[in-house]
Design a protein around this ligand. Structure first.
Ligand SMILES: *Cc1c(COP(=O)(O)O)cnc(C)c1O
Length: 231
């Protein structure tokens, strides 16, 4: 069940910190999303293309939809017509495909480059070195239908507040460094998406200006026993 008073508390805190709250509604039914929408929330995030498209079709059109999950290149075309921000660009190949699909739709799509900051190796994202190599050779510069507006990172799933804090502060330093070095002429580069239900307080302390909060607002997710068939 969506908890509107928690939503209001986090909304207020985010506003005080000049941060945007993205409500992560993955696995939650449209009726629950509508309750959160009715309470004033407009930015929602999903991690599966099929679910995102379905919810986009069923819910009000003034919702800003964010893609936060692993995105396969062959599925970009389904979200390209309407997606507000893609947080999870973790390869040049994916950036090239988003650019192509954005052009087909006559759009410029805003994206974040995902940086791998966690201890877990199964999480995706560029390493800092890898991204710098791409930026040095201006790998993204010819992609006129995407706009790189910042970075995204996920901290290690751990009880260690110190580890999480170090990962977030490291990402903030990297963000500041590449903004100065590679995006100086580009005021659009301004978003640092970090912080989820378990760690958004630390993330805001460390300089996040976009938090992605799911279970704290919508309640715990059930583990899906029967995964839906992908499109
Ligand atoms: C699911 C998810 C979230 C939200 O996680 P909660 O712990 O439920 O807040 C945030 N970011 C990404 C990339 C996610 O996949």
């Amino acid at each position: 069940m969506a908890n509107i008073s928690v939503l209001q508390d986090i909304t207020k805190l985010a506003k005080e910190k000049n941060a945007v709250l993205v409500a992560i509604s993955k696995t939650k039914p449209v009726e629950e999303i509508r309750k959160v929408y009715d309470a004033g929330q407009r930015a929602f995030g999903e991690n599966k293309v099929q679910e995102l498209v379905q919810k986009y079709e069923e819910l009000p059109k003034d919702i800003e939809w964010h893609m936060v999950g692993n995105l396969q290149t062959n599925k970009v075309k389904y979200i390209a017509p309407f997606i507000h921000l893609i947080h999870s660009v973790d390869s040049l190949k994916l950036a090239i495909e988003i650019n192509k699909q954005a052009a087909k739709n006559g759009r410029v799509i805003d994206v974040l480059l995902e940086i791998h900051i966690a201890a877990e190796t199964n999480k995706s994202g560029f390493s800092e070195e890898e991204l710098i190599d791409h930026l040095d050779i201006k790998a993204f510069d010819s992609l006129k239908n995407i706009r790189i507006v910042g970075l995204m990172g996920m901290a290690t799933n751990t009880k260690s507040q110190v580890l999480i804090k170090n990962e977030f502060s490291g990402l903030k330093s990297f963000f500041d460094e590449i903004r100065e070095t590679y995006f100086k002429q580009n005021p659009g580069f301004r978003i640092l998406s970090m912080g989820m239900s378990g760690d958004y307080l630390i993330a805001l302390e460390e300089g996040s200006n976009m938090i992605r909060v799911g279970s704290a607002i919508f309640g715990e997710r059930e583990i899906k026993k029967n995964p839906t068939i992908p499109i």
